[in-house]
Design a protein around this ligand. Structure first.
Ligand SMILES: NC(=O)c1ccc[n+]([C@@H]2O[C@H](COP(=O)([O-])OP(=O)(O)OC[C@H]3O[C@@H](n4cnc5c(N)ncnc54)[C@H](OP(=O)(O)O)[C@@H]3O)[C@@H](O)[C@H]2O)c1
Length: 258
């Protein structure tokens, strides 16, 4: 799986098609969409329009909260396949750990995987209690756990747990939707590297072994967010950024679903 990707939340219609096409031209090779984003068709259209061969693009989509359950999840996957219309889906995630149906949904994902209709299956918003529960019935462990994660929401224990279990941690809302990009502590570090604060955050995530999926519909920011592989943060700065945590969760608390 590519170590950085484009998040497609809140992109619609022509803007979604254009942004995904631009991202592929820039070099992005992972696109993160979801049934709940209502833009699988646009993402698929952009991938088909692109000159990048399909097998070089990694596409993630997710099971919507309203589609949990064994049969429901199987049907939802087929709907996503049709909407995307790009052949296979690379990664299918449970979007949120909905109470009561998590097990049935995971069993459906395992069936889809066993039938080789998807390259990998995983979860999103699975904090430790959900991973504990999943481990009691999963025959196939999740390849990926996608959670809200950035220096201002530094889930260190979860990161270490995923590392220990061999689960790739993918960071959503990696830029905290822009809310801390003017933080003076971050600005000071960015100015020393001659980089933007967004690039410093994305670099920090990558150096922590976490895969960020920043979203933007702006061409310059698509470039900016992708150009983070040509510099390294010093150990001192990695450590300093690791102190920025303030528990800033923007997308809700998954533990509400326990
Ligand atoms: N699994 C889940 O439950 C879940 C939940 C939330 C998100 N996600 C995924 O994660 C992706 C990213 O998260 P997100 O969209 O919530 O937030 P994000 O990537 O942290 O931030 C996106 C916001 O920041 C702006 N932005 C992007 N790059 C910037 C830059 N370099 N400088 C300044 N502003 C910048 C964007 O505006 P412009 O577009 O105007 O540039 C947008 O408003 C989503 O798109 C989605 O694919 C998953």
């Amino acid at each position: 799986m590519p170590h950085i990707g484009l998040g497609a939340y809140q992109m619609h219609h022509e803007e979604a098609v254009r942004s995904v096409e631009q991202a592929l031209n820039i070099g992005y090779r992972l696109i993160d969409t979801a049934s709940m984003y209502g833009n699988e068709a646009e993402v698929g259209q952009a991938i088909r329009n692109s000159s990048v061969p399909r097998d070089q693009v990694f596409v993630t989509t997710k099971l919507a909260n309203t589609d949990h359950g064994y049969d429901e999840a199987l049907r939802a996957f087929e709907k996503s396949e049709k909407a995307l219309d790009i052949g296979h889906i690379d990664l299918y995630l449970i979007h949120w750990p909905i109470r009561g149906q998590r097990k049935n949904s995971w069993k459906a994902l395992e069936k889809i995987f066993d039938e080789k209709r998807v390259r990998a299956i995983g979860v999103a918003n699975y904090l430790e209690p959900f991973l504990d529960e999943l481990s009691t019935y999963a025959h196939i462990p999740p390849a990926v756990n996608q959670v809200e994660f950035n220096p201002y929401l530094y889930r260190r224990d979860l990161m270490e747990r995923c590392r220990k279990d061999g689960i790739i941690l993918q960071a959503y809302t990696p830029l905290s939707r822009g809310r801390r990009l003017s933080d003076p502590k971050l600005v000071e570090i960015a100015s020393r590297y001659g980089r933007s604060t967004a690039q410093i955050i994305l670099r920090w995530l990558i150096e922590m072994g976490i895969c960020p999926i920043p979203k933007t519909v702006n061409h310059d920011r698509l470039l900016e967010n992708f150009r983070v592989d040509d510099f390294q943060l010093s150990n001192a700065d990695l450590k300093a950024i690791s102190q920025f945590d303030e528990g800033l969760a923007i997308c809700g608390d998954p533990l509400d679903y326990l």
